[in-house]
Write a protein that binds this ligand. Structure first.
Ligand code: HGY
Ligand code: MN
Ligand code: MN
Length: 415
């Protein structure tokens, strides 16, 4: 039996991808940007088309509500994020938002009224591509990030998240109202692309995630002395870039040596003032650290700090900011069992998987029972323009969420 409509899913994925700052060069949709606002308005209209009542919360998350027979019951929440990495793909995040809208459309199409409300959420700043850290919506919603911090974090141009929120049309003084009360969510379900090669390699349809690896993001800043490239003797230099690359070059080996599936990535570097004939005086770079075991993540953070501080000791100033830490997160075992059962009932080939990517699900998991379903990524590619998932494959993942939502809301699915 199949429920979700690949054509509807395709129209939503491709429609949303039009709101993009870098068309033809992957998808770039940064939180609170003009294309983000246009995308949000378009998503709100599509949610209403699916019969949902739409609201925007105090930090810009979009919520679409399908009322339940008992409106007082906590909702089943289904969704993901709609911000992107720079020059990323069109599925990372939107696949989960579209899955929620399609589940709602299926309830409407089959005339089903859920016993409890179903809410579809489209979230901001999961990637952290604009303000650093990431998982921002879910951390604010669950109280793991104080909304007041929006005044402390800024983008590359020095615009704080609070200033950007105000320019987006929302009042930073009310941002704290986005926080959810304990018990406000019955269950959180997220569909996401795998972003790796496993499902495709094994010819399988879905993965039901049981754990998400621990992750941390650091930002290291080296400070030296700007100077003239032509007149400053080599012995008189405090070159922040030389310091940064000396430290950076040692970091990947820390992960290789520690092993235990640890990974370490330096993904972004800023060199200031940025003149070809100027000795750099301020250089920063990010360090993304992940491992299945929390002790490995914390050891790798400590080793990274030690390397950076040791190099910084040679006459350079050094600052290290920890922008994000999330411990390895087990997801709800009962939900995992239910999602696995629904996949089997649909005749899908599936597996249990540990997620190497971080997801809002890892934050919601400490707030409400949480489930995460992966669908295959072509060639295992993600965070790149080549990111792709066939719409028929996406629809199979949506079917799993639809059956789970029916069960969780006391509805018999259509025969
Ligand atoms: O970085 C991650 O794992 C996710 O894509 N934000
Ligand atoms: Mn991502
Ligand atoms: Mn994602």
């Amino acid at each position: 039996m199949r429920y979700a409509d690949p054509a509807r899913i395709e129209a939503l994925i491709e429609g949303l991808d039009r709101f993009n700052a870098t068309p033809g060069q992957g998808t770039t949709r940064l939180t609170y940007s003009p294309e983000f606002r246009a995308a949000s308005d378009w998503l709100a209209a599509r949610m209403r088309d699916a019969g949902l009542t739409v609201r925007e919360d105090a930090v810009g998350n979009l919520w679409g509500r399908l009322e339940g027979r008992d409106p007082a019951l906590a909702p089943v929440v289904i969704g993901s994020h709609f911000d992107s990495v720079p020059h990323g793909g069109r599925f990372d995040g939107p696949a989960g938002v579209v899955a929620g809208i399609e589940v709602a459309a299926l309830f409407r199409q089959h005339g089903l009224t859920p016993g409890r409300p179903v809410e579809v959420i489209a979230m901001i700043e999961e990637e952290g591509a604009r303000f650093g850290g990431g998982l921002m919506a879910s951390r604010i919603l669950t109280g793991r990030m104080d909304a007041a911090r929006l005044h402390d974090i800024a983008d590359g141009a020095g615009v704080t998240a609070a200033e950007a929120l105000a320019a987006y049309g929302l009042d930073p003084a009310r941002a704290h109202q986005a926080r959810l009360a304990p018990g406000a969510i019955h269950v959180f379900l997220e569909l996401h692309i795998e972003q790796g090669p496993v499902l495709e390699a094994h010819g399988q349809d879905v993965a039901i995630v049981d754990r998400i690896v621990g992750l941390a993001q650091l930002k290291a800043t080296f400070r030296g002395q700007a100077g003239h490239a032509g007149t400053t003797p080599m012995a008189n230099r405090r070159d922040a870039l030389v310091g940064a690359v000396t430290a950076l070059a040692q970091l990947p080996d820390l992960a290789r040596r520690i092993g235990r599936d640890a990974v370490l990535t330096v993904g972004r570097m800023e060199v200031l003032p940025g003149g070809a004939n100027v000795i750099p005086d301020r250089v920063s770079f990010t360090v993304d650290i992940r491992a299945p075991e929390e002790g490995v993540v914390t050891d790798l953070i400590a080793q990274t700090r030690a390397v950076i501080e040791q190099v910084g000791g040679n006459g350079l100033g050094v600052e290290i900011e920890q922008q994000l830490f999330a411990a390895p997160t087990p997801l709800s075992a009962p939900l995992h069992a239910a999602l696995t059962r629904h996949a089997e009932r649909l005749g899908l080939q599936g597996r249990t998987m540990v997620s190497g990517a971080g997801h809002d699900a890892m934050i919601f998991a400490d707030f409400a029972p949480t489930g995460l379903v992966f669908v295959p990524s072509r060639d295992g590619i993600s965070h790149a323009p080549q990111e792709w998932t066939d719409f028929g494959q996406l629809a199979k993942g949506v079917d799993v969420l639809f059956l789970a939502a029916c069960e969780l809301t006391g509805v018999r699915p259509p025969a």
